[in-house]
Design a protein around this ligand. Structure first.
Ligand code: GLC
Length: 644
């Protein structure tokens, strides 16, 4: 069915009832096919055992479908062949003995970098090399080679180092790469959960590998995390919806039950039930869908997305997101801390980041869902949601100086169908900082919208991904980049990119964060600067054909990020200090930089991440715009029968 028909459905309030016609969605048979269900056991000679029992150390089982799971389990012969156990603690990387600043790299690689393949046996102390290069770059006095050459050598060595670190961060399961660890910081004694593979953190790693033509790790990641989706998870006897993807997982080597000499590897996921604050990772499944599409586009291997279990996995995520609830808005309603900002920061409700990822995942899923009878309802619902969501965000989240002035003059307490101030926003909530800050040229999407509440903070990831996914219109997307250019000293400053702007301070910080000492003003999530955001920024700039803006930011990052040992985040208004509690050797800082570099070198590749708006959606959207009461105020004959 076309999108305009879908819009009609919205107009008539005839939303389809989803899923239950599809056997894949019945609770008793939620996964149509299973593959890849293995644990690996080692007993002097390695072997791979089929995953038939619940590990006692895990809190999970297969929800209500245990028997189905076992019945359907298949042994993949390739796994049997390759499955060698490897203790996760033995996976290569920095050990505490290595200490900071004793990274090694092949000397030959510095002068003649060959795609970053690391040969650990042929080494030279890298830190010294780095310092040498810096001296050369800053003095630029070597007679034989000019400044540019030395600058290039230095940049090349940063990229080589980044590749080396990225490879060191790889985590193996049954001998195959399956993800990258969040951070390998030898200076931090308290690892917390930074020794896990985070779904969201792996995305830039996965993209970097894809762009390098190394597809295996991404394929494994996609398929193994898919497995975890169907595990039962509970917190105090309550289970979240099936289809939830974990925030992170760890490969653990555990003794094999009943055998003193054997060990096995198990995947131990965290769905939020162990995470600080017990936050549900709503973004994980959305990122998973986005990565799945990127994998297919980049590798040309569509067989992964076509698998029955993968198709079911996509549908399960969508089911969780599209399920009917109490909402009046098409945006996803989530709790605080459900995305990259995974602590209390006052972003509960309808935060922009989740909406942008949601929109992007819907578009990606639509592209990948196999046309079959069972998915017609789902596709219809998906189209409806896409239209309603883009309308809602473009209309109500958008702010520029003109719109701000409109809000400033809003009438309130309008009880009617055609209210201008639909959400009853009191103009007094326009913060003084915003009146000064909003530039004449440019605009952005606000952080959140609720009844009587607009969160005017600028959240970078949400805005950048709205550009990438075409949730923002082309004009809005350009305006977002205009604003970033106009507010460069606030958003990029000494280290790209501020996670949000401005910081919550004083009483507001106390109330909204719960006096969180990690989120003090201009630190961490509270307006800290995160190098990983460089990659999303780069994709957005490339999409709008303005890559030079991203290149400027990369150049700024390059001056420090390697020298500072790839911190997780920076503090202070201008991002001058390495963050108070920032991990060093944070993998997504490393991968984010690499993705930015790779894409700037070959902007065409950004297509694997970008989604363009299709013409059907544009038509449907303009139908809704022209029926918008804001523009029709005073026309008494207009009957509004739809809800947005
Ligand atoms: C922090 C970040 C989160 C990230 C995790 C691992 O909790 O807020 O976004 O996934 O660290 O790096």
């Amino acid at each position: 069915m076309g999108t305009s028909e879908a819009v009609l459905q919205i107009l008539c309030g005839a939303g389809p009832r989803l899923f239950y016609s599809n056997p894949c969605f019945s609770k008793s048979n939620s996964r149509c096919a299973f593959e890849f269900h293995f644990k690996c056991s080692r007993r002097r000679a390695s072997s791979c055992s089929q995953f038939l029992k619940r590990s006692s150390m895990l809190q999970y089982g297969v929800r209500g479908i245990g028997s189905g799971f076992l019945r359907n389990a298949k042994i993949d012969p390739s796994c049997l062949q390759h499955c060698k156990c490897q203790r996760d603690e033995s996976v290569g990387g920095i050990t505490s003995e290595d200490g900071v600043g004793t990274w090694f790299v092949d000397n030959a690689k510095k002068l003649n970098p060959i795609n970053g393949m690391v040969n650990a046996s042929n080494i030279l102390e890298f830190q010294e090399l780095k310092q040498e290069n810096e001296v050369m770059t800053f003095n630029g006095t070597n007679g034989a080679l000019g400044d540019t050459t030395f600058h290039k050598v230095s940049i090349d060595s940063i990229e080589d180092e980044a590749w080396e670190l990225l490879r060191e961060s790889m985590v193996y399961y049954c001998g195959s790469p399956i993800g990258t660890i969040a951070a390998k910081d030898p200076t931090s004694s308290n690892t917390l959960n930074y020794d896990q593979v985070f779904i969201r953190d792996f995305i830039p790693s996965g993209i970097a590998f894809l762009l390098k033509g190394e597809y295996e790790i991404v394929r494994n990641f996609i398929l193994h995390t898919l497995q975890l989706q169907s595990w039962e998870k509970t917190m105090d006897c309550h289970s979240p919806g099936q289809g939830l993807m974990p925030a992170s997982f760890k490969v653990r080597t555990v003794p094999l039950d009943g055998d003193d000499y054997a060990t096995e590897e198990v995947l131990d996921p965290d769905f939020g039930e162990a995470a600080i604050g017990r936050v549900a990772p709503v973004d994980s499944g959305l990122w998973w869908i986005i990565l799945l599409r990127a994998y297919g586009k980049c590798s040309g291997d569509l067989s992964v997305q076509e698998r029955v279990d993968v198709q079911t996995g996509i549908k399960m995520i969508l089911k969780l997101c599209i399920a009917d609830g109490f909402d009046m808005f098409p945006t996803l309603l989530v709790t605080d801390g459900s995305c990259m900002i995974d602590r209390r920061m006052g972003i509960h409700g309808h935060p922009l980041e989740i909406q942008a990822l949601f929109y992007s995942a819907l578009l990606c899923a639509r592209e990948m869902l196999a046309p079959e009878d069972g998915s017609a309802d789902l596709l219809r619902a998906l189209n409806n949601r896409l239209v309603a969501l883009s309308f809602h965000i473009r209309e109500y989240y958008w702010i520029d100086s003109k719109k701000l002035n409109e809000i400033y003059r809003y009438k309130t307490e309008e009880y009617s169908y055609d209210a201008v101030n639909k959400f009853n926003i009191y103009p007094d909530q326009i913060s003084p900082w915003l009146v000064e800050w909003i530039p004449n040229k440019g605009g952005y999407l606000i952080g959140n919208l609720q009844p009587a509440h607009m969160d005017f903070r600028f959240f970078s990831l949400g805005n950048l991904w709205s550009v990438v996914s075409s949730l923002a219109t082309a004009d809005q997307s350009h305006a977002i980049l205009d604003l970033i250019e106009a507010k460069w000293v606030d958003l990029v400053a000494d280290m790209p990119f501020k996670i949000c702007y401005p910081a919550l301070e004083g009483r507001e910080w106390q109330i909204i964060t719960g006096s969180d000492p990690k989120n003090t003003p201009w630190s961490y999530h509270n307006a800290g600067s995160w190098p990983t955001l460089l990659w999303q920024f780069t994709v957005a700039c490339i999409k709008m054909n303005r890559p030079e803006i991203a290149a400027r930011a990369v150049e700024i990052a390059e001056k420090r990020v390697s020298k500072d040992n790839w911190p997780e985040y920076y503090d202070t208004k201008r991002g001058r200090f390495i963050g108070k509690q920032a991990r060093l050797f944070q993998t997504w800082s490393i991968a984010g930089y690499l993705v930015a570099k790779l894409l700037l070198a070959d902007p065409n590749k950004a297509k694997i991440l970008v989604t363009e708006e299709d013409s059907e959606l544009v038509n449907a959207f303009s139908c809704m715009i022209s029926a918008n009461p804001r523009r029709k105020r005073g026309r008494k004959d207009l009957k509004q029968t739809y809800i947005v």
